[in-house]
Design a protein around this ligand. Structure first.
Ligand code: ARG
Length: 474
């Protein structure tokens, strides 16, 4: 019904029941048709991109001799005025013009008259929306990379302050081996680094201009697609006109990257929630990132962390929504694709908020080093160190050392000792070769300091990674 498959200029003469595409129609659309069709409520967020695309297109049409210099000047002038209206909030977004593209064109025609009707030469809303949305997603990727970098810097600063602060490392949420808080934070820094790289990769792939694909088949006018691509900061024009108007991979890819990033955020958020329980008591957040309870005066709730944890749902929902919209769609454009935008916008809003809130919380949080150190030494967390000592000093096979250590843990548990306090006689009952020297590896400090392998938790290894990231993030 709203097929833009003609390259012919449309004249914006909507109003009085006339739509821009109304030439072959004798009746007005039903109210419900308009209600389901209208997208200006959300695609107004493409206004800036739409204007940029129109400016580049008009300039190219003039250079190609398709429109006159006077017409181009009038169009550029009108677009500038629209830009100002959008900036100062006076632009009239009108539902009767359906979407942002026709709203801009209708306004242009009110401002400059008939020359406005020449702007849509050699262009369709199909390549126009593909262009606008692609530019929006491209910018969103850039912004997200910046937000990820800011979060990484916050993590880096905390990690540097706590490169040697002990904490228990967990598997199965059971104390496993002592690590340092800095090491733990640097794990997230790595994740967010990969996230940023995913956005950067996606950005490279999406950086081709679909403008000039027109409705689907290309244009009969002598357009210069390289020119508009260059003007709009693209690497090159897309190479297939059908693909150009049908492709929404760029958004799917960005949402996939966003989903992964939100999943990473949710894991850190969950850890903050756990660490903030009185039972753990590992970190404190200030009043800036916590809320009170209206009934329980003692409470300090980590709402921001909980909300970051939950927002991951929005990212995955947006990815899923767009994937389902695109699945099975025949080439090329179908109006289904109008449903690509709202969820994408909301998803990036949620991601931005989450990244900023998390950066704020990371900068804000203060670890309780004493509590974490005590927990790091509890739960027989240096059992592996005992087993390793038996291998290293007594030449036992690791499996045998593992078994012996298990017996030592069992004995210590029974007698109410830690490994570090279990009397030597008890140890020697298990293996006569054990000496006083073994206690040197049974403290969490010693355990952590010994894990010097590349990427390990020894503070000097952690500091080496901090140094590497400092350079990357500079
Ligand atoms: N508002 C439409 C969208 O978001 C623009 C493209 C419309 N194209 C068409 N042939 N009806 O997809």
């Amino acid at each position: 019904m709203t097929d833009d498959s003609s390259d012919a200029p449309r004249t914006a003469k909507a109003g009085k029941g006339q739509t821009m595409w109304g030439g072959r129609f004798s009746e007005k659309p039903a109210e419900l048709m308009q209600a389901i069709n209208v997208s200006i409520g959300f695609d107004r967020r493409l206004a800036v991109q739409d204007l940029a695309g129109s400016r580049a297109h008009a300039a190219m049409l003039r250079k190609a001799g398709v429109i006159s210099s006077d017409d181009e000047a009038a169009i550029q002038d009108g677009l500038s005025r629209i830009e100002a209206e959008i900036a100062d909030g006076s632009f009239p977004y009108r539902e009767e013009f359906e979407d942002i593209h026709m709203n801009v064109e209708a306004r242009l025609s009110e401002l400059i008259g008939p020359a406005a009707g020449r702007l849509h030469t050699a262009r369709s809303r199909n390549d126009q929306v593909a262009l606008d949305f692609r530019m929006w997603v491209r910018e969103a990727c850039g912004r997200t990379i910046d937000q990820l970098r800011a979060l990484q810097r916050a993590l880096l600063a905390k990690a540097e302050a706590h490169a040697a602060t002990l904490m228990p490392g967990f598997t199965h949420l059971q104390p496993a081996q002592p690590v340092t808080f800095g090491h733990h934070l640097m794990a997230y820094l790595e994740m967010f680094g990969r996230d940023a790289a995913r956005f950067a990769d996606a950005r490279v792939r999406m950086n081709e201009s679909p403008l000039g694909a027109a409705a689907l088949a290309g244009s009969s006018f002598p357009i210069d697609r390289d020119d508009t691509a260059r003007a709009l900061g693209f690497e090159r024009p897309t190479a297939n006109s059908l693909d150009s108007v049908a492709d929404r991979d760029f958004a799917l890819e960005a949402l996939a990257a966003g989903t992964i990033s939100a999943i990473h955020l949710s894991r850190l958020a969950e850890e903050l929630v756990i660490w903030m329980t009185p039972q753990f008591g590992f970190v404190r957040l200030s009043d800036a990132f916590t809320t009170g309870s209206s009934i329980m005066p003692q409470k300090k709730n980590p709402d921001a962390a909980e909300l970051v944890r939950a927002k991951a749902g929005r990212l995955l929902a947006a990815f899923t929504q767009l994937a389902v919209v695109m699945k099975g769609l025949p080439l090329t454009y179908s109006k289904d694709m109008q449903e690509d935008k709202a969820a994408t916008f909301e998803a990036f809003d949620a991601l931005e908020l989450s990244l900023k809130a998390m950066a704020g919380m990371v900068a804000d949080m203060e670890p309780n080093a004493e509590r974490m150190a005590a927990a790091a030494g509890a739960g027989f967390s240096t059992a592996t160190d005992l087993a390793d000592w038996l291998v290293r000093e007594l030449g036992l096979p690791f499996r045998e050392a593992h078994h012996l250590t298990g017996a030592a843990v069992k004995r210590a548990e029974l007698l109410g000792f830690d490994l570090a306090t279990l009397p030597l006689s008890e140890l020697q009952a298990l293996h006569p070769g054990l000496t006083e020297a073994v206690y040197g590896v049974l403290t969490p400090e010693a355990s952590v300091a010994s894990r010097r392998s590349y990427g390990g938790t020894a503070p000097d290894q952690v500091r080496a990674q901090i140094k590497r990231w400092k350079e990357i993030l500079r």
